[in-house]
Design a protein around this ligand. Structure first.
Ligand code: GCU
Length: 592
């Protein structure tokens, strides 16, 4: 019951967010969701734009109606179910013009019914992604918060559920220097709850994690690691019928590992073979479809299933004109098929974790993936809370996708200045990635050093050096491109993770006219000619498959878009450079 004094006090609380600290959900709260039964909360939610965070300041979530001590209703500044509705998941920016540039807080609320199905069941809300700070309230109580704009969040609702429930979510899309990424990026800051909202019911003890893969260096042994929601003892069962595997898992302190002899057909982009599997413990059972393959580095070569490989790639932001970052499964499929048409066997999902749909589709369609966390440009490398934020996003990404055969590289960042603080920060991230997953390669997109050589110190903790270079665009002199590679003696494979040029569809001129289709085509011709000769360049992901929205790009030829796409943002037109790259990749494929 709010009193007048309380209402006045609310107005004068300066650090109103402090009361919502201490219930952060992180990677440790994740549960294994592979092919689990789920109930969707997608659909129409009432919403209010809340730029002053009045809901958090005045605790709107506590009551449907504010009553005085005498039982009179007090003036109220909110009216949940009379608010307009928005269909979630979505980015609010694409829903209506007045929200296109909006980057602050929005409140979403709805009611839902809950009837227990099993005695003692536990109920979790999974939010696929919300950008950037999400807070969850259920039946007047604060449940928890999640920060990070591109990874899933799990909130346990058990014990707070009624038959008829009021759920309220607040999302703050504000960009802040201490966040990951900071307030300065080269992409559009979409806001919202933009991936699925789902309820999961699990038994008291359930499978929190399952990791199934070939033992590193082997093709005849499958490794299984399973983790429970608590340090329980007992036996579980792992089953992979197509390989005749039924393996008892012996859990000690909530963990079980097993290595099982098996000779699976190996997964590759050309032969994307997936196996149905299941794992159970007590009343809990999970299922998944997993491919088995080996990815490794030998000297300056990258090998897939023991065969040297050139990664014919392209970079991709998570965006469609119509849905912003809330891309649909069909738009994901379209992007992968467009990359295949380009001759790609590889895609760099820049600069943050994309929807899990991408890795699931890449497993199915046969596409290798580079996945990345947004440690982008000038992060607060000396701030412990910022490191914790970055590490948690990395953990959430790896625990979400490490059963996906298509994912072969984890990237811990992009284009960060080579300072001591950044080295410590990124080295720790690399160590954490290896601790969670020793089966994949570590990389980051580094920059060319001032004396035009590949010399980023971070390379010593990476398996593959990512390198962004823009000769022919930001650095006009192409002679420096060949000098760069003549000056450099890397001991590891290099993937040129970015090169490219802006070009507006329909804009023509000479090869020297920046922004023309001819200039972009010439950049691709010269870049592929040079890169194709460098023995230790074992892949490339030119920047970028589609033009994309970018508030930093205001030139008349850009119109708030970054026009380095090989295809227009509406996905209707392939630019001439697309054909140059495809011809290069056709040659590369023939050389294999
Ligand atoms: C940088 C950066 C990209 C950016 C690109 C560009 O390398 O990594 O995020 O969009 O260059 O300038 O177009």
């Amino acid at each position: 019951m709010e009193t007048k004094q309380q209402a006045l006090a609310d107005i004068h609380v300066e650090d109103y967010r402090a009361q919502y600290r201490g219930k952060e959900v992180t990677a440790s709260d994740m549960l294994f969701t592979g092919v689990r039964e789920r109930e969707s909360l997608d659909g129409l939610w009432h919403y209010a734009v809340d730029p002053y965070d009045t809901c958090l300041r005045e605790h709107w979530y506590r009551t449907e109606k504010r009553l005085s001590a005498q039982g009179f209703t007090l003036p109220q500044d909110y009216s949940y179910d009379e608010w307009p509705v928005m269909a979630l998941p979505c980015c609010w920016n694409t829903q209506q013009d007045r929200l296109f540039w909006y980057e602050s807080s929005v409140i979403f609320t709805r009611r839902f019914r809950y009837l227990p199905k099993k005695e003692g069941e536990r109920v979790f809300l999974r939010v696929g992604a919300a950008n950037y700070t999400l807070r969850v309230f259920l039946n007047g109580r604060f449940i928890g918060s999640h920060t990070g704009g591109s990874t899933p969040a799990f909130f346990e609702l058990t014990g707070n559920l009624e038959t008829d429930n009021r759920i309220l979510l607040t999302v703050d899309a504000s960009r802040r220097p201490e966040q990951v990424p900071t307030d300065h990026t080269d992409w559009f800051n979409y806001g919202g709850i933009y991936r699925e909202l789902e309820l999961f019911r699990v038994p008291r003890v359930f499978l929190r994690d399952l990791f199934v893969r070939l033992e590193p260096g082997s093709r005849e042994r499958i490794m299984i690691t399973a983790r429970l929601s608590e340090a329980a003892e007992g036996e579980g069962l792992f089953s992979l019928p197509e390989l005749g595997i039924r393996e008892t898992l012996r859990f000690h302190a909530g963990e079980a590992t097993a290595a099982v002899p098996a000779s699976p057909e190996l997964w590759s982009p050309e032969t994307p073979k997936l196996y149905e599997l299941s794992c159970s413990f007590g009343e809990d059972e999970v299922r998944d479809r997993v491919g088995f393959r080996q990815i490794e580095v030998r000297g300056r070569e990258i090998l897939l299933n023991g065969k040297r490989l050139f990664l014919r790639g392209v970079s991709l932001h998570e965006e469609s004109l119509e849905h912003g970052k809330a891309v649909t499964e069909e738009e994901c499929r379209e992007a992968i098929l467009e990359a295949k048409a380009l001759g790609c066997n590889f895609m760099r999902l820049a600069h943050y974790p994309h929807t899990e749909k991408m890795a699931l589709l890449a497993d199915e369609l046969g596409m290798l993936l580079w996945e990345e966390i947004p440690v982008y440009w000038a992060i607060c490398f000396d701030r412990p809370d910022t490191y914790a934020e970055a590490e948690n996003q990395l953990r959430e990404l790896i625990l979400r996708d490490r059963d996906r055969a298509s994912v072969v590289l984890w990237s811990v960042g992009n284009e960060n200045a080579d300072t001591d603080g950044r080295f410590r920060f990124m080295k720790s991230l690399a160590e954490e990635a290896r601790r969670l997953d020793g089966t994949r390669l570590l990389t980051a997109a580094c920059m060319v050093s001032a004396d035009n050589v590949i010399a980023d110190r971070l390379a010593e903790v990476l398996d593959v050096i990512g390198l962004n270079e823009y000769y022919g665009w930001y650095s006009p002199d192409f002679r420096q491109l060949s000098e760069l590679f003549q000056n450099s003696r890397p001991s590891k494979p290099v993937i040129v993770s970015e090169f490219g040029a802006d070009a507006l569809w329909g804009h023509h001129g000479t090869i020297d006219d920046k922004g023309t289709l001819e200039c972009q085509e010439e950049v691709y011709r010269r870049q592929t000619l040079e890169l194709g000769k460098i023995p230790y360049v074992r892949g490339m992901t030119p920047w970028i498959l589609y033009d994309f929205r970018c508030p930093r790009r205001t030139h008349i030829l850009q119109g708030y878009f970054n026009r380095k796409g090989l295809v227009t943002a509406d996905r209707q037109h392939r630019k001439p450079a697309w054909y140059v790259l495809r011809e290069f990749y056709e040659k590369k494929r023939e050389e294999e």
